[in-house]
Design a protein around this ligand. Structure first.
Ligand code: CMP
Length: 140
């Protein structure tokens, strides 16, 4: 088991619906430490970079519109096996298919408006967190 870091975003729908505290609380209660936290509005440039792996997908433009449509809350979490455990806690991408007890399973009914994003691998984390945070915003 290894201590890892992962990036979590509460997306515009999660912020709009007042779920920021609920999302953070679940991760804190699980035992993760918050190493960085801020609210921001993604620019189109940031969003296109962040979701560049989906550039060729038919939903790419809608996804960029959605993630830039309002403020988001971004955090870096640290803990044992953080990448896999956080992915388990957020549930399947499609809120209609996510297990009850997961964040998406409890709060989402959509594949696009699915409340949260979390890095799916170490490589994704390394790429994603730099788009959102500068090094001086992160606790060492
Ligand atoms: P996320 O975990 O942030 O990673 C990529 C996002 O693209 C995903 O959550 C969804 O919000 C969105 N997404 C994935 N698949 C689809 C799809 N088929 N239609 C619309 N949006 C999608």
């Amino acid at each position: 088991m290894a201590v890892e870091r992962t990036l979590v975003l509460v997306k515009p729908d999660g912020v709009e619906r007042g779920l920021v505290g609920e999302v953070i609380s679940r991760f804190e209660r699980k035992g993760f430490k918050i190493k960085a936290l801020k609210m921001l509005k993604m620019t189109r440039e940031m969003a296109e970079d962040f979701y560049s792996v989906h550039r060729e997908k038919p939903f790419f433009q809608d996804l960029v519109e959605f993630i830039t449509s309002g403020p988001i809350v971004a955090m870096i979490l640290e803990g044992d096996s953080a990448i896999d455990v956080v992915r388990l806690m957020i549930g399947a991408t499609d809120g209609r298919k996510a297990q009850p007890g997961t964040i998406r399973g409890d709060y989402a009914l959509s594949i696009q408006n699915n409340i949260v994003h979390a890095s799916d691998s170490q490589e994704s984390f390394q790429r994603e967190y730099k788009i959102v945070f500068s090094e001086d915003e992160i606790i060492p």
